[in-house]
Design a protein around this ligand. Sequence first.
Ligand code: IMP
Ligand code: MG
Length: 185
Amino acid sequence: MTGRLGRTLITRDEVAARVAELGQTIGRDYAGRSPLLVGVLKGAVVFTADLVRAIPLRASFDFMGVSSYGSRARSSGVVRLTSDLSVSIEGRDVIIVEDIIDSGRTIHYLRRNLATRHPKSLALCVLLDKVARREVEVPVDYVGFVIPNDFVVGYGLDHDGLYRNLPDISVLERTSDAMAAGEAR
Ligand code: IMP
Ligand code: MG
């Protein structure tokens, strides 16, 4: 264990209220259409599941897996597709659903990748945005919360595969071990 669960940043109730608002907004923006939500594995699974139920439209969802090369402390910026969609997005109104934007590299890659498949429209909905850490500019259409530069877990977000099942979003505090190893940014 290289981190310790710290203070709660966003409670489950705050998350639920914001997800409901996002669902209503998307419902208005896509009125009369059938958007396809593309969730990014695995972090956005929980958010996607809640968001799709908050959208009062004939919506559907699918998932895509990506991983970035490099150390955990610093992404190399090279993003690789690990699992592809099971449906064609040609002519579809696609909304990428992501848990968090940090440097912006993952979303930059995904946007470019999906754009080549000729969707009718392509938007991005992200639950958490660490604006201060942005290295690559990416247009974000829907944001749940702008958060400070803390490493957070819960509501789908993990550290070493753990904490995804926590209902609240909390800060993971680095232990001295973790800092020595340069982990858990
Ligand atoms: P980016 O490519 O630098 O924008 O990184 C985005 C990815 O890094 C997300 O999809 C997460 O998997 C991971 N990530 C970034 N910050 C956090 C965090 O605070 N907690 C958990 N995962 C994070
Ligand atoms: Mg992720």
